[in-house]
Write a protein that binds this ligand. Structure first.
Ligand code: ATP
Ligand code: MG
Length: 405
């Protein structure tokens, strides 16, 4: 077998060497091997080990590592190395999947073959073994993952229908990897995605949402949405569908889920919008941003005042809102420039930014209570019209003028 070099951090390599000296099988596996073979820097290195988890923990602690028993039941311990945490997971099989989402039980067979066989797609089912020289690796590829990488193909390990029925989340994962890597999906796997989608009804909303977020933040968000529609998965993701105006130009927007999702849900009827957002189980902050952006109102004219009012009403969301409108065909270029200039100039767009505060207004003789708020609001209107008026002097005069009426 041909040895190759992988961009494996020194601390991971050292850990692999220590395992090797102790006659323990330890193999980088899954996403890191896939990414490294594609010439991309893996963001983390997962290692499959032949020892049972308690044993992995004990021997790594013996080498002086700090080890966290992350998921002993699933075989995972996290070894903290100088280059960051490395998850070491016992080679395992997964038992039946009677509920279509969780294995009934895992067994720690300690055999790499078992561990590779339980994985979802061929490109995710390769491992690497450090050579005797401690420098290069041999790739262990039982299912044609390297060919599929070369041919840019997502293909299930084993029989697609069986694998997608075992765990229906893999239906979403298949699309996620296709759009993330820019790969085609093998026709047999496509057919199984279509046939097995109903299993998604048993998968938690949170897990579906996480996959959807990754699909939308990929380099091919439009293709991801098309696949979700074409394969009939969309009802499992967004129960009320998408914007009546179509997807918009998603890939022109930053890879931010809130912004892209709002673009996809642009100007939907409020009840359908809320239902979609609710079903995605997002944080309050993200949910609120999507609701605000998707229901946003774009002024018809481009003026400095309109730009300031946008900043007042939408704060940090003003620019994303304009980008979304543009991606749906509106021309907001001038407004965007004006919003940016207004923000850069630090123009006042809220009561808290006024040169006079409530205390100062009362000190001038405005009685405590509703009148204070009314005065502050009228000062803000003045300042929105003419930012130069936001000085203590000018606003003091304005208050005095109002008091003398
Ligand atoms: P990413 O870089 O996006 O994290 P990844 O390949 O590391 O990609 P993960 O979701 O972190 O993806 O999963 C790690 C590995 O575990 C996968 O490469 C795959 O081999 C395996 N895996 C994860 N989830 C499943 C699943 N539901 N069914 C089968 N195998 C899975
Ligand atoms: Mg990963």
């Amino acid at each position: 077998m041909k040895s190759i070099t992988l961009p494996c951090p020194l601390s991971v390599r050292n850990l692999l060497i220590q395992f090797k000296k102790a006659a323990v099988g330890a193999y980088p596996v899954g996403g890191c091997v896939r990414d490294a073979l594609m010439g991309q820097e893996p963001h983390d290195w997962d290692v499959a080990v032949t020892t049972v988890p308690e044993e992995t923990l004990r021997i790594c602690e013996g080498w002086g590592y700090h080890v966290i028993p992350t998921g002993l039941r699933h075989g995972t311990v996290t070894v903290l190395t100088a280059n960051g945490p490395v998850e070491c997971t016992t080679c395992r099989t997964e038992g039946g999947y009677s509920d279509g989402r969780h294995p009934d039980g895992v067994s720690f067979t300690g055999k790499l073959t078992d561990d590779l066989s339980r994985r979802d797609f061929t490109v995710n089912a390769m491992a690497a073994e450090l050579s005797e020289d401690g420098e290069t690796f041999e790739i262990i590829d039982l299912f044609g993952g390297r060919d599929d990488l070369k041919n840019k193909l997502i293909r299930c390990v084993g029989d697609p229908h069986t694998r997608l029925t075992e765990d229906a989340l893999r239906v979403m994962r298949g699309i996620r990897f296709a759009v993330k890597l820019g790969f085609d999906i093998h026709p047999d796997t496509v057919a199984a995605l279509r046939d097995c989608k109903h299993g998604l009804a048993r998968i938690s909303r949170e897990r579906i949402s996480v996959e959807f977020q990754k699909i939308l933040c990929s380099d091919q968000p439009e293709r991801g949405v098309s696949l979700l529609f074409d394969l009939g998965l969309m009802p499992h993701v967004l129960p009320c569908g998408i914007s009546p105006f179509g997807t918009g130009n998603l890939s022109s927007l930053p890879a931010d889920f809130g912004v892209r999702c709002a673009c996809l849900l642009w100007q939907m009827p409020a009840d359908e919008l809320s239902e979609n957002i609710r079903s995605l189980k997002l944080s309050n902050e993200t949910a609120h941003a999507i609701k605000t952006l998707a229901g946003g109102v774009i002024p018809t004219e481009s003026s400095l005042l309109a730009a300031r009012l946008l900043r007042k009403d939408y704060g940090n969301l003003a620019l994303p809102l304009l980008s979304i409108a543009t991606s749906h065909g509106r021309d907001t270029i001038n407004l965007q420039a004006m919003v940016k200039a207004s923000a850069e100039a630090g123009e006042c767009v809220s009561i808290s930014e006024l040169a006079l505060d409530g205390q100062a207004v009362m000190a001038l003789g405005v009685p405590k209570g509703k009148a204070v708020g009314e005065i502050l609001n009228s000062l803000l209107s003045l300042v929105l019209d003419d930012p130069a008026k936001n000085t203590k002097e000018t606003l003091t005069k304005e208050v005095q003028k109002r008091l003398s009426y």
